[in-house]
Design a protein around this ligand. Structure first.
Ligand code: ADP
Ligand code: TPW
Ligand code: MG
Length: 565
């Protein structure tokens, strides 16, 4: 309990929130201060929590979500009422969509006035507004309910399939006083909030039997597998069965990308030809063409390991569902797997090897070109080469072409080192994810950002400089969304930006170091120097404005008008 209380026999809502968070091992808040949570942020900081103040709630929320993904402890975002709350909602919905645990904690206005729509300062029925976008939403109306409210929020965020939880803290509950002893007794430390969910033994044998019959098996690892922190067992399972694997973008590094069993460079071939595919923490959503032809052989049979029972059969029949948490499931697989029981055919491995070889050669030609101005491949080759011996560097990545090329070119060697636009393909995660990643990991972060993508959260470079975080932002500046306009285009096209903007100068306003790189030698120098300095830096990386393609690699999802005027 804080020393500040004038009367030590009393406590209040502010103190109870801070005490409840501490009791449950939550030591960091990401937020934007203001009525009615300013004093909460201040108190949290003075009581030993780390408070990171952002310039916009969306980035604070993205930071909380990234922290949740990296640590399995829900990241907490603190906002003011109505507009601040709504600014945080995109991040909350994104967390739920990506299965990341986070808690959006917003102060709210006077219930009596809000419910009669009488016009309070920042009036909004926040709890009900949050419900469709959150895994759960709760409101605390009385200080004695704060402990339960926070416990419920933690359970909801991390149990089962993780997600975003909204916790509404009314101004009245925050400022109300309570007898200190009653308050203390109202707090609880949650026990086992993410209980193991051990799959049924028959589900394990069914899956192993199916895989045992496979000639052309394939494992697809998703970000659920990265989240589960079952790294050793996943690797042992993959290696002891010899099954080729494909990592989804945020599962890269669970096994190193240069692992001989990686089928990443023969992705379409592997998915299209496999007879049995095992999904581990990956949904059959748009990122996997919903499991449909032409990418997939619709006759292939599937094993799916997932914590959510209703994920099963969501897009196509799953012959062997394994419902449980991945850590328990992988341990169970390893416990019953007999040597040689699962064995991909030699012909399958040979066919994959040939496809990989062909694709690697094709990529090598692209990667070795050094055009002026740089294109995505040549600039990313530099990034890849500079990072090759810096395995602790974490990557954040968003954009269209910038995302697609970087995902393929930058190899990952360690788990949970890559965060990106994820399930929604959302722009704006960049700075929030980078900030939380730097804070949580204590390691350098390189944020590889399209110039459009960067604009969504670029204001947070002040935050990065204020906290002196070791973040290097690479802005892939091609003058626009996907591409730049031809010189002199008026009015600017819907996708074009000011040509040749100097993003590097923005960070200088806050004491960071800006670099301007127009060619590969200068990009190499800039990235090496920025990483060696360990200071906030932004490299304006000049990319040929004609190099990108509209919508990057997902042009097929981009509807075009049937009639031309
Ligand atoms: P990706 O985008 O990488 O393909 P998705 O986000 O689509 O991955 O899928 C992640 C899946 O992982 C979700 O269906 C989620 O229910 C599941 N999941 C998350 N955590 C766990 C866990 N600990 N154990 C099992 N499944 C999990
Ligand atoms: C919140 C739509 C998808 S990709 C993109 C936008 C605006 C930017 C692509 O340009 P960028 O990358 O970043 O410069 P590059 O390398 O191709 O030039 N609003 C939100 N999310 C999404 N996904 C969009 C808009 C979009
Ligand atoms: Mg661009």
């Amino acid at each position: 309990m804080s020393e500040e209380s004038a009367d030590s026999t009393l406590t209040d809502g502010f103190h109870l929130v801070v005490d409840a968070l501490k009791l449950n091992g939550i030591d960091t808040l990401y937020g934007v201060a203001g009525i009615p949570v300013t004093d909460l942020a201040r108190l949290a900081q003075s009581e030993g929590l780390r408070y990171f103040g952002f310039r916009h709630e969306q980035s604070a929320g993205f930071a909380a979500a990234a922290a949740g993904f990296l640590t399995q402890v829900p990241g907490v975002c603190l906002t003011v009422s109505a507009p601040g709350f709504l600014n945080g909602m995109v991040a909350l919905a994104n967390a739920t969509t990506n299965c990341f645990p986070m808690i959006l904690m917003s102060g709210s206005s006077n219930r009596a006035i809000v419910d009669l729509e009488q016009g309070d300062y920042e009036e909004l029925d926040q709890m009900n507004a949050a419900k469709p976008f959150a895994k759960a939403a709760y409101r605390v109306n009385r200080p004695e309910d704060i402990g339960i409210g926070i416990a419920r929020a933690i359970h909801a965020a991390v149990s089962g399939r993780p997600g975003g939880v909204y916790l509404d803290l009314t101004a009245a509950a925050l400022s109300a006083t309570l007898d200190a002893e009653t308050g203390r007794k109202s707090l609880l430390k949650v026990v086992d909030p993410a209980p193991r969910q051990i799959p049924a033994p028959e589900a394990i044998t069914r899956a192993i039997d199916l895989l045992g019959n496979a000639k052309r098996p394939l494992i697809i690892l998703g970000k659920g597998a990265a989240y589960a922190q079952a790294d050793q067992d996943i690797r042992r399972f993959v290696e002891s069965t010899g099954i080729p694997f494909l990592p989804m973008s945020m599962a890269k590094g669970l096994l190193p990308d240069n692992h001989p069993q990686s089928a990443a460079t023969a992705r379409s071939f592997a998915i299209g030809q496999a007879d049995i595919v095992m999904l581990i923490g990956a949904r059959l959503n748009w990122l996997l063409s919903n499991g449909r032809a032409p990418l997939w052989d619709e006759g292939a049979q599937l094993v799916q390991v997932d914590i959510s029972p209703i994920e099963i059969d969501s897009n196509r029949p799953i012959a062997a569902p394994v419902v449980g948490d991945i850590k328990s499931a992988m341990a169970a697989f390893l416990a019953v797997l007999k040597p040689g029981q699962i064995r991909p055919s030699a012909a399958w491995l040979e066919a994959l090897a040939q496809h990989k070889q062909k694709n690697i050669q094709r990529m090598a030609a692209q990667l070795s070109a050094d055009p002026h101005p740089m294109n995505f491949s040549s600039a990313l080759r530099v990034v890849r080469d500079v990072l090759a011996d810096k395995r602790d560097v974490h990557i954040v990545n968003e954009g269209a072409n910038t995302l697609d090329f970087a995902r393929n070119i930058i190899d990952m060697h360690e788990p949970r080192r890559r965060l990106d636009s994820g399930t929604w393909g959302v722009m704006g995660i960049g700075m929030g994810y980078a900030i939380a990643t730097a804070i949580v990991s204590g390691k350098p972060v390189v944020a590889i950002e399209g110039d459009s993508a960067f604009g969504f959260s670029g204001r947070e470079i002040e935050t990065i400089c204020r906290y002196k975080l070791p973040i290097v932002i690479l802005v892939f500046n091609n003058n626009g969304i996907y591409r730049g306009d031809k010189p002199g285009t008026t009015p600017p096209s819907p996708t074009g930006f000011i040509p040749n903007a100097r993003y590097d100068r923005l960070i200088e306003a806050f004491g960071g170091v800006g670099y301007h790189a127009e060619d590969t030698p200068n990009l190499t120098k800039a990235l090496e120097a920025a990483l060696a300095a360990g200071h906030p830096a932004l490299i304006n990386c000049v990319i040929d404005p004609t190099a990108g393609t509209e919508s990057g690699h997902i042009q097929s999802l981009n509807p075009k008008r049937a009639l031309r005027s």
